[in-house]
Design a protein around this ligand. Sequence first.
Ligand SMILES: [Mg+2]
Length: 180
Amino acid sequence: MAFLDRFTPDDVLPDVYAVTPEKCARLGIRAVVFDIDNTLAPYEVSAPDERLKAHLRSFPEAGISIALVSNNKPERVEIFNRELGFFAQPDAHKPSKRALAGVLAHFAPLSGQEILFVGDQLFTDVLTARKNGIRAITVPPIQPRENWFFRLKRALEKPVMRRYRRLEKQRKTEQIEKRK
Ligand SMILES: [Mg+2]
């Protein structure tokens, strides 16, 4: 695997509402793992609103399992998940490979190609997904934070995103070629 591939998502979407049960079904995905902070909600929002709850519940209604995985503390995850009741892993230590051990055991015997990780961070979420051989979609962080660390991180993300766009262009050209 090329170095940058470890951080390159399969797809980049505008927000979690663009990740739908229909799209997942088309891709053969049976389970979706969501990061919480800045993917589903900003840090300071403790519980999902009605729109988000309805969106997340639409997955199990369509036969697709959901799990939440967060590096945040158990209280945060427990409060966020209280009304949803999904399988949830707090204190996950992404990008450690083990961060998904509990979730993968919970989703067994699904294969990596049937599981999708949705997060906002290339260097934690995508890398964790890649280490476990599962698919990855990123969404832009809901509230990008501004300080030197995050500016540096964004600069480091640029070559990864360039690679993503190049691969995406290649895929589209291949699809057009195939249709000819
Ligand atoms: Mg996040």
